[in-house]
Design a protein around this ligand. Structure first.
Ligand SMILES: Cc1cc2nc3c(=O)[nH]c(=O)nc-3n(C[C@H](O)[C@H](O)[C@H](O)COP(=O)(O)OP(=O)(O)OC[C@H]3O[C@@H](n4cnc5c(N)ncnc54)[C@H](O)[C@@H]3O)c2cc1C
Length: 264
């Protein structure tokens, strides 16, 4: 069976270890952090490319984010994606997952003719995991979480491997559907060097505004959001005890047990 469009939702995230907490403003300071494609989204892209290799179709990456994300979309194209769409609009600032999913769903509908929508299981910064099921709700299609593999099983039907506690289950799902792809389920391919050079120099992602998607400023951003961040607190790791235990093995074991019991 020939697949149609395979859409991959791709988010750009700051490297987690480089994000700082600003105690003055109580906000995350991402200004000094380097960015990367959200790791699970690379797994989603790899799965999309493997499906394309077997069953044809076009892999299209879609991002909702600021203009500088185009660099990461070009990287996805260098890895093998056929096309890229960046939804970028100042009105989107402050969007929680509700307008984020609405915007992505509208872009997917505008692209149209899709067999699958693949997302990462969660982002490494926001980490709500709400975006894939949210998109599916707006589109009115099924969704499957913790997906590690997808096989085309027949006309319009896919066999989906889904991780559960202690193993996995196989589901048969009618296409189109949204899949949240598990982090680390495959090894994302390296960008092709020639394709990367071409993408850097010549490829331009399509850039859409909210007006291009038929959305009004009231439906997105702070106004369109259902939630509001009222406070942010730093979760400080507990102080280390730095206690040295010495003596015979029996004495050390006894003292260690006492220390651990005190902590319970
Ligand atoms: C009240 C509130 C205000 C916020 N204000 C801002 C703000 O001002 N600026 C800001 O940058 N963020 C803001 N956010 C965060 C923003 O809502 C989330 O980044 C966004 O909704 C995605 O959620 P997530 O990171 O939890 O994604 P998850 O649901 O964890 O992501 C799962 C997968 O969905 C896909 N995905 C997620 N986001 C995108 C995207 N943007 N484009 C393409 N695919 C995507 C990816 O495949 C990803 O792996 C705000 C959140 C809240 C709750």
């Amino acid at each position: 069976m020939e697949l149609k469009n395979i859409i991959v939702c791709l988010k750009v995230v700051p490297k987690p270890e480089e994000v700082k907490f600003d105690p003055e403003t109580k906000r995350l300071d991402r200004s000094q952090a380097r960015n990367e494609i959200n790791p699970a989204d690379k797994n989603a892209l790899e799965l999309a490319l493997q499906l394309k290799d077997k069953h044809g179709g076009r892999v299209i990456v879609v991002s909702m984010g600021p203009p500088f994300w185009d660099k990461y979309l070009k990287l996805a194209v260098a890895m093998g994606a056929d096309d890229a769409v960046l939804i970028s609009d100042k009105a989107l600032i402050g969007s929680d997952t509700l307008p984020t999913t609405l915007t992505l769903a509208r872009a997917i509908q505008k692209i149209g003719d899709y067999s699958l929508v693949l997302c990462g299981e969660e982002s490494s910064d926001g980490s709500t995991g709400q975006v894939p099921p949210g998109i599916a709700e707006w589109l009115g299609v099924p969704h499957v979480t913790y997906v590690s593999d997808i096989e085309v099983a027949g006309e319009g039907l896919a066999r989906v491997k889904r991780t559960i506690k202690g193993g996995h289950e196989i589901l048969e799902v009618r296409m189109p559907f949204v899949a949240a792809v598990e982090l680390g389920c495959n090894t994302p391919r390296f960008p092709d060097f020639r394709r990367k050079r071409w993408a850097d120099r010549e490829f331009q992602p399509k850039v859409w505004s909210i007006a291009d998607l038929g959305l009004s400023p009231e439906e997105v951003g702070f106004k369109g959001s259902a939630t509001e961040v009222v406070e942010l607190q730093e979760a400080k790791p507990p102080e280390r005890m730095k206690k040295k235990i010495s003596g015979s093995p029996d004495e050390v074991a006894e003292e260690l047990a006492r220390v651990l019991l005190d902590l319970l």
